[in-house]
Design a protein. Sequence first.
Lengths: 206, 206
Amino acid sequence: MIKMLEEKQNTEKTILEAAKEVFVEYGFDGASMQKIADRAGINKALLHYYFRSKEKLFEATFREVFYSMVPPLINTVKEEMSLEEKITIFVEKYIDTLRDNPLVPLFILHELNRNPENLPELVKESGIDPAIFFSQINSEIESGNIRPVPPHHLMINILALSVFPFVAKPIIKGLFFNRDNDEFNKFIEERKEIVTTFILNAIKKP
Amino acid sequence: MIKMLEEKQNTEKTILEAAKEVFVEYGFDGASMQKIADRAGINKALLHYYFRSKEKLFEATFREVFYSMVPPLINTVKEEMSLEEKITIFVEKYIDTLRDNPLVPLFILHELNRNPENLPELVKESGIDPAIFFSQINSEIESGNIRPVPPHHLMINILALSVFPFVAKPIIKGLFFNRDNDEFNKFIEERKEIVTTFILNAIKKP
DNA sequence: GTCTATATTGTGATAGAC
DNA sequence: GTCTATCACAATATAGAC
C-alpha cells in the first residue's frame, strides 16, 4: 500500500519531468502524448490516468516551469538593496538561470501568446509585485540621482536586454557565430557585465 | 486562357495571404490546412494543388513574411548616416513596423527555433550585413566618441529593446495595464523616444 | 497502477468529376 | 482551376485485462 503511494509519487514526477522537456522543446501544439510517454519510458494510457487530458498535463507543466523560474529569481533581489545593486544582481542571476534553461523563455512567451488569460492567476500566486521596485526608481529620480525614466520602461529594458538573446538564439548564432555553440555561450557570459554597465550608463547622470 | 492565368495569380495570392494570417497567429504546428482554406474562402484540395504540401506552403509563407519585414527595415538606414542617426531612425521605423505586425516577431523566433537551419539562406538573400555597421561602431570607439561596447552586443541591445515588448505583449499587458490595449499601444509609442535616448545615453561618453 | 487494444476524431494528402 | 469524396495515418482519449 505504501509502496503504491510511493510509486504514484514517482510516476507522477517522472511524467511531469518528461512533459516539461517535451512541451518546452516543441510547444503545446508540436508536442504529442506519445512523445511524452516515450520520454518518460511509459505508455500513453498512464498519462491520461494521472492527468486526464493533454490540456491538463500541459497546465500542470506550465505552472511547474513558471514557478520554478520566476519566484527564485525575484527572491535574489532583496528589498534593502540599492537600485544599482538590484540591477546588477538581477541581471547576473537572470542570465545564469536562462543559460541553464535556454528554451524556457520562448516557450513561456509562445504559450502565453496562445493563451493570455492564464497569466493573471499565475502572477497573483507568484508574488510578482513591481510596486516596490517602481517606487525606488521614482525616489531615485526625484532625488536627482538618476536620469528620469518611466519605471515600467526601465523594468522592460532590463528584462529585454537579459532575455532577448535567448529567444533570438538561432538568429544570433546564425548571424554572428556561424552556428557555433561555444561562441554563443561566451557571448552570453559576456553579457552579464555588458548589460549591467549598459543599463547603469543609460540611467546615471553625467 | 488569359483569364485562367489571372485567376491563378489571384488564387495563389489569396492563399498566401490566408496562410500568412493563420501561420503567424497559430504557428506551423497550431495551424491546419483546413483553417487556411477557410480563411481563404476555398477548400483544402486547392492548397495542395498550388503548394503540394503544408510544409511547402509554410516555407513560401515564411519567406514572404521575412522578406516583407527585414529588407525594407534595413533600407531605412543609409550608409552615410551618423551612428546616432542610424540608431534613432532604425528604432523608430522598427517599432512602427512591429506595431503594424505585432505577432510577426514571436512567430519568426518560434519557427526559427523549430528549424534553425533555414536561417542562413534567408539571411544571405536578404542583404543583411552587419559589417558596415560594426566598423562604424568600432571607428567611433577608436575616435573616443562613444564608450567601448562590442558591436554585436550593441546591435543585439538595439534589437532587444525594440522587439522585446512585442514578444512579451501578454506579460506587459497583464502586469502593467490590466489587459488594456490602448494603454499598451501608448506604451509602445512612448518607447520610440525612450529606447533611443536610453541607448544613446548608454554609449555616450560623459 | 500499469499495460494492450480499441474507439473516435482530425489531419495532410490524393483521385476523379466537372 | 476548382470542387467533392475518400484514403491513410496520427492524434487524444477510453475500456478492460492483469
